[in-house]
Design a protein around this ligand. Sequence first.
Ligand code: C5P
Length: 237
Amino acid sequence: MKPILNPLICALDTTDIDDANQLIEQLRGHIGAIKLGLEFFTANGAAGVRQLEHHKIPVFLDLKFHDIPNTVARAIKATAGINSFMMTVHTSGGRAMLQAAIDASMEVSIITGKARPMIVGITVLTSLDQADLAMTGVKDNLNDQVLRLADLAQSCRLDGVVCSPYEIAALRKHCGADFTLVVPGIRPEGSSKDDQKRTMTPAEAMQKGATHLVIGRPITEAKDPKATAAEILKSLV
Ligand code: C5P
């Protein structure tokens, strides 16, 4: 898959195909990709994703795979019919699972005849805090755990990780210039934070070293999603 040139990925957090189609139509030319997550995929499956294909907009399939290596590999291989340019796996699935994911992405490339989909890792979910980590037996500092899992991802040849805006600087320094950093929790100046606690503006996140910005409600719930996306894009120049 060719890398996208526009770093804005709009999270279409909906189960409704008509809503998704309408939004993509409005945002055409102003976003680089859409993100489809568990809710869309559970409701509509691969057939639902294919119903958006005619827009020819790159799809980031955020299903956060986490299972035994064989199952994750097969799931990734099964995405060959969807044409996703990027997907997610939990780095806590371990080395064998991460390597199987990358191998499977190469098999996807053989099947589709296109560049392989990027595989990016989830480190520590931002919904977890230090106490939650301790309850799972991880006694280390949360930030150290994020770096450790990013290291693991990089050593398994993953393309990058998903991270919070406040992890960008440390990860960019730790993992080098070529590592993909996909960043949600982005809020344009003055927009509602919704349930996001630690946000950053699109321009700040890019300056810190993000490669992709995942933005949902500030665009999807705006009075004019197209104008909002265009404005965000302008703020990056
Ligand atoms: O509407 P909003 O911009 O908050 O949407 C952000 C998107 O990024 C949602 O799809 C959300 O699930 C996802 N996400 C996040 N924080 C993370 C990981 C993913 O907000 N740490």
